[in-house]
Write a protein that binds this ligand. Structure first.
Ligand SMILES: Nc1ncnc2c1ncn2[C@@H]1O[C@H](COP(=O)(O)OP(=O)(O)O)[C@@H](O)[C@H]1O
Ligand SMILES: [Mg+2]
Length: 511
């Protein structure tokens, strides 16, 4: 069977300074296929796709669109050839409506004026045709992340895209939104569009893709049919070594209570209770996982423990000392480390260098500063040490945190927080959006910290992660602990019942 290639990328090389981000990469996209692009963080996926979208120009190599060699020297050139990209960080104007964002910068004019009525009609048709539910008159800042993404997709379609590139679209979505997106992608190819999908998640690749191209450290490794490859095959092509999906660990040796939460009540932003009389202990030498559906009080609970949100009533004790009402800095200084769920908002200062970010919690102490004067030599060498030890890949310790890929940003935060040698380590969604290699590494580090006698509290929406890493699992529902189970004696079905607010029946393993 012959296939019509809508895109052919031949021997594409991209060099930044003296760093080769893409090294003679080959990629072919067939008409009507969903083609996955798989690779670890920093492998060069976004760089390759940015060249297809006209945001970067190759240092060398050839790109053909519908069989013709082209020079994609601007996004509008790429758009005129039917190529549209849905970026990892949305490029929408928050204060504008969805419709305004879609129309902005495109050229639909009647006698030189923008025909708003016709535009609104076209947006409506597109959204119905592809199942892209979004209110065109809503302001972008008022809609969910999933809806913002649908607006981005509409924007590319409105500009006439036939070839759509999705750069890690599911990293920001909830499981239900991910299912919706997968359906939208299937609708798109059914209507003759062709898609390149960047994701690390092997299950997602399997659910929708026809073929997958694996790239590793800037080189294309292989293109295979998805049906003929196992997840283990793909993971190994991606990281270049054998990968285990379960983390080896010994039984926990829990010691004294480090974190003690009793009858805790915390309100959310609208002053409605989000955590409702919650009690939980975490001991030295154990990992307690909090499983639950997003929005059941997890965020407010962690914010209350770390001093970022007010405690309404009840108590939070760390090593026996009440911390309710203390400032985040005071709590941090009690040897508490926190890897926050939103790494861009709370974990890193993106415009500061990776070195400065590594020093964020300790810059005011020796050896990083003395008598109020920062010692940059010590800050840089400290950063180099952590980058080496935690496998943070970046061009240098001087680059801004914004230049790192998501996985490397996350490894940098974990390096900083773990290196402070905390007694209590709190981690929220530590592997969200990361690839298998980085996930495996982070899980190993968490277990090592446990084995050193730290108390670890892990919050995650990923049940595989919760089951793999935790020693005890506390399921949160509606601001309360619905049940506590152990991984050896439970399974996803049982966790699902508790997460939905159900009770385990007598005779179930843990009752
Ligand atoms: N504008 C740039 N200048 C210098 N280095 C860059 C630039 N963009 C990306 N890189 C580097 O190129 C490598 C590949 O990055 P990227 O394509 O974003 O990877 P991926 O999308 O696979 O995670 C990374 O090491 C990254 O730091
Ligand atoms: Mg990327």
């Amino acid at each position: 069977m012959t296939h019509e290639n809508v895109i052919e990328m031949r021997e594409i090389t991209k060099i930044f300074g003296d760093f080769v981000a893409n090294d003679k990469i080959n990629l072919e996209l067939r008409k009507g296929e969903i083609h996955a692009l798989l690779g670890e963080n920093g492998a060069g996926k976004s760089t390759l796709m940015n060249m297809l979208a006209g945001l970067l120009e190759p240092s060398s190599g050839e790109i053909k669109v519908n069989g013709k060699t082209v020079k994609l020297d601007s996004p509008s050139k790429a758009a005129s050839l039917g190529i549209g990209m849905v970026h990892q960080h949305f490029m929408l104007v928050e204060a504008f409506t969805v419709a305004e964002n879609i129309i902005l910068g495109s050229e639909m004019t009647k006698n030189g004026v923008l025909d708003l009525k016709r535009a609104a009609q076209e947006i409506k048709e597109l959204s119905e045709k592809y199942g892209l539910a979004v209110d065109p008159s809503a302001k972008v800042e008022d809609i969910s992340v999933g809806a913002q993404q649908r607006a981005e997709i509409l924007k590319t379609l409105y500009r006439g895209a036939d070839i759509l590139i999705f750069d890690e679209p599911t990293a920001v979505l909830t499981p239900a939104e991910i299912d919706e997106l997968m359906q939208i992608m299937k609708n798109l190819v059914k209507e003759g569009k062709s898609i390149i999908l960047i994701t690390h998640k092997l299950d997602e690749i399997r659910a929708v893709s026809d073929r997958v191209t694996v790239i590793r450290r800037g080189k294309s490794i292989e293109t295979v049919e998805i049906a003929g490859a196992t997840n283990k095959d793909l993971a190994e092509m991606m990281v270049g070594r054998s990968v285990s999906f379960t983390t080896e660990k010994k039984a926990a040796q829990p010691k004294e209570i480090v974190l003690q939460i009793q009858d805790l009540v915390v309100h959310e932003n609208r002053d409605i209770p989000a955590v409702k009389n919650l009690s939980l202990d975490v001991r030295a030498g154990e990992i307690v996982g909090i499983a639950g559906i997003d929005g059941n009080g997890q965020s407010e609970l962690i914010q209350a423990i770390t001093g970022l949100r007010k405690v309404k009533s009840g108590s939070v004790k760390i090593k026996g000392k009440e911390v309710a009402g203390l400032s985040p800095r005071k709590i941090t200084e009690m040897q508490v480390s926190h890897v926050p769920e939103d790494r861009h908002r709370d974990g890193l200062v993106l415009e500061m260098s990776i070195s400065e970010n590594m020093a964020l919690q300790t810059y005011y102490k020796e050896p990083l500063s003395k008598n109020g004067i920062l010692n940059y030599n010590n800050i840089y060498s400290y950063a180099r040490k952590l980058m080496e030890e935690f496998d943070v890949r970046a061009a240098s310790e001087y680059v801004p945190a914004a230049a790192l890929s998501g996985g490397n940003q996350q490894k940098a935060i974990i390096a900083r927080e773990v290196d402070r040698n905390p007694d209590l380590l709190i981690v929220s969604q530590p592997t969200r959006g990361l690839d298998v290699g980085a996930i495996e590494y982070i899980h190993k580090r968490l277990i090592e910290e446990r084995d050193k006698g730290k108390a670890v509290l892990l919050v995650s929406f990923e049940l595989d992660e919760i089951l793999n890493v935790s020693d005890r699992i506390a399921v949160i529902h509606d601001g309360k602990i619905q049940g506590i189970v152990t991984p050896a004696e439970t399974n996803k079905q049982e966790l699902g019942i508790l997460m939905a607010g159900g009770k385990l029946k007598k005779g179930d393993a843990n009752v």
